[in-house]
Ligand binder design. Structure first.
Ligand SMILES: [Zn+2]
Length: 458
C-alpha cells in the first residue's frame, strides 16, 4: 500500500514496524463547537484509510484524541482558550462545554458509520503524562520560563524548520505573525501556560511550575507515546497542522525520544465553499444537521467526500452533494437487483477498488471503476453473487451501507407481475395504472429484454 508522505514529499510504500499491526494517530477535534463539513471531510478520509488498511489485511491500531483543554484561538499561543470563550458565551463551565461537544462528536461518528477508533483519549485524562513529558524536556534543557508559561526553545532542535520548510528568518523579522516579545524565538511554543494570578480557571491543574494548563501540542505527543510508542507508522491530520501543530509535536517528541515520531505523515487538503475556506466566522460552517435537514443522507455526504482526492483542494457545494445523493441512489438500485431473479446471468468479478485505495487512497479513480462496472451490468443481468460481493466491497471501503438496501414489498411484486401480464396483453391503460400505483410507493419499472426490472425512484 502506498501513501504520500509529507516528511519526504513522496508517495511511499507503507512498511509497518510490527505487521500486521499498523499504528495510526489522527489529531482529533477540539470540542468547543459543532464540527463543520470541512472537519468531517478530514475525519471521513481517515476512516477510509483505516477501512483500506483492514481490507488490505492489516490490523490498524487507530488512536484519535479529543482536545478538551488548552487549544488557544491562535496557533501562536496567544488569544483566549477556545473552550473558555465558548463556555462564557453559553453561560456554562468549560467542563460542561467539553463534555457536550465530545458526546456530540462520538455520536456523530456513529451516525456517519465510522469504524470505531481503538482509543479516543481525552487531553484532560492525561495531564500527568503531559507534565511528565514537560519535565523530561526541562531536564534535557529544551525549556525556559517566561511570565505566562513554560516554553520550548525551538532554536535547540536543529531540524525544527525542515518538516514544514518553515522560513524562520521571515518569522524573525516579525513580518508574518505577532508574537510575545518575552519569547526567545518567534516559533517557540508553550508547553504549560499559567493560570492568570487574579482569576480561577474552570480547568487548571497543579504542576511543578505552578497552576495552569498544558499547551495543545504536548497533548498529542503524550498520547502518541502512551498508546502507540515512540515511532508511529502513520500520523495524520489536516494540512493546517503542518507548520505549527505537527512541527511542534515533532520537535518536542523527538527531543525526548531521539527517534522519528512517525514514519509516514498524511495531510488532507483544504475544503472550500465558494472558493473560501470554511470557518465559523465566515458563517459558512455547515453542520451534519444542515445536510440532514435537506433530506440528504450522510452516506451521500461520504460519497461526496470521496469524489475528490484527499491531497487536492475539495469543494463543497449543495449541487455536488445532490449529485452524490443521485450517485448513492444509483448504487442502491444496483444493490436491489440482487433480489431479482433473471435467467442467464453473468458472474462479473467486483471492480478492483482496493488497488485504487492502496494507491494513496485514489478515491476518484475507484468511483470511476465502480461507475463503469454498473454501466456494464446494464447490458446483461449480473448474478446475485456478483452484486452481493460488489456491494460488500463498496460498504467495507466507503461505508455506504448498501447491503442494508431493502427489497420492495411482496405486494408490489404481485403488482409488477400483474402489470407485466397487462403489458403483454397490450392493455396499456391497465399497465399505466399499475405503474402509477407503484410510483406512489417510490418504485419505478424498466421493461428490459430480460423482463421487468424494478428500482427506487428516490
Ligand atoms: Zn495533534
Amino acid at each position: 500500500m502506498k501513501l504520500f508522505n509529507t516528511l519526504t514529499k513522496k508517495v511511499e510504500e507503507l512498511k509497518p514496524l510490527d505487521p500486521p499491526k499498523v499504528s495510526v494517530y489522527t489529531c482529533g477535534p477540539t470540542v468547543y463547537d459543532y464540527p463543520h463539513v470541512g472537519n468531517w471531510f478530514t475525519f471521513i478520509r481517515y476512516d477510509l484509510l483505516i477501512r483500506t488498511l483492514v481490507a488490505s489485511g492489516y490490523e490498524p491500531k487507530w488512536v484519535m484524541n479529543i482536545t478538551d483543554v488548552g487549544h488557544l484561538t491562535s496557533d501562536a499561543d496567544e488569544g483566549e482558550d477556545k473552550l473558555v470563550r465558548e463556555a462564557r458565551k453559553e453561560g456554562k463551565t468549560a467542563w460542561d462545554v467539553a463534555q457536550y461537544y465530545s458526546d456530540y462528536f462520538v455520536s456523530s461518528l456513529n451516525k456517519l458509520n465510522f469504524l470505531e477508533p481503538w482509543q479516543m483519549p481525552r487531553a484532560t485524562d492525561h495531564i500527568d503524562d503531559q507534565i511528565s513529558l514537560i519535565n523530561q524536556l526541562q531536564q534535557k534543557g529544551f525549556t525556559y520560563r517566561i511570565s505566562d508559561g513554560i516554553y520550548f526553545d525551538t532554536s535547540l532542535f536543529a531540524e525544527y524548520r525542515n518538516f514544514a520548510r518553515l522560513d524562520l528568518d521571515e518569522q524573525l523579522a516579525g513580518s508574518r505573525i505577532e508574537y510575545n516579545p518575552e519569547k526567545k524565538n518567534p516559533s517557540d511554543f508553550a508547553l504549560w501556560k499559567f493560570s492568570p494570578k487574579d482569576q480561577k480557571r474552570d480547568m487548571e491543574w497543579d504542576s511543578p511550575w505552578g497552576k495552569g494548563f498544558p499547551g495543545w501540542h504536548i497533548e498529542c505527543s503524550s498520547m502518541c507515546l502512551k498508546y502507540l510508542g515512540q515511532t508511529l507508522d502513520i500520523h495524520s491530520g489536516g494540512i493546517d497542522h503542518i507548520p505549527v501543530h505537527h512541527t511542534n509535536e515533532i520537535a518536542q517528541s523527538q527531543s525526548i525520544t531521539g527517534k522519528p515520531l512517525a514514519n509516514i505523515w498524511m495531510h488532507t487538503n483544504h475544503i472550500l465553499i465558494n472558493d473560501q475556506k470554511i470557518s465559523k466566522s465566515l458563517g459558512n460552517g455547515i453542520k451534519l444537521e444542515d445536510i440532514e435537514a435537506r433530506n440528504i443522507s450522510l452516506e451521500a455526504f461520504r460519497l461526496h467526500v470521496f469524489e475528490s482526492h484527499y491531497r487536492s483542494q475539495s469543494k463543497f457545494s449543495w449541487d455536488s452533494l445532490l449529485a452524490a445523493q443521485n450517485r448513492l441512489l444509483r448504487y442502491k438500485n444496483f444493490a436491489i437487483k440482487r433480489y431479482q431473479k433473471f435467467n442467464n446471468t453473468l458472474f462479473l468479478p467486483p471492480p478492483d477498488l482496493l488497488t485504487s485505495m492502496q494507491d494513496d487512497l485514489n478515491t476518484p479513480q475507484a468511483l470511476v471503476l465502480l461507475e463503469q462496472y454498473i454501466d456494464n451490468s446494464e447490458s446483461r443481468p449480473l448474478s446475485q453473487d456478483s452484486i452481493s460481493q460488489t456491494i460488500s466491497l463498496i460498504d467495507s471501503l466507503f461505508g455506504s451501507q448498501l447491503t442494508k438496501t431493502e427489497d420492495i414489498a411482496d405486494s408490489s411484486k404481485v403488482l409488477i407481475q400483474k402489470r407485466e401480464k397487462a403489458r403483454l396483453a397490450r392493455n396499456w391503460v391497465e399497465a399505466d395504472k399499475i405503474r402509477e400505483i407503484l410510483a406512489k410507493d417510490n418504485i419505478g419499472i424498466n421493461d428490459s429484454q430480460f423482463g421487468p426490472v424494478w428500482y427506487y425512484l428516490s
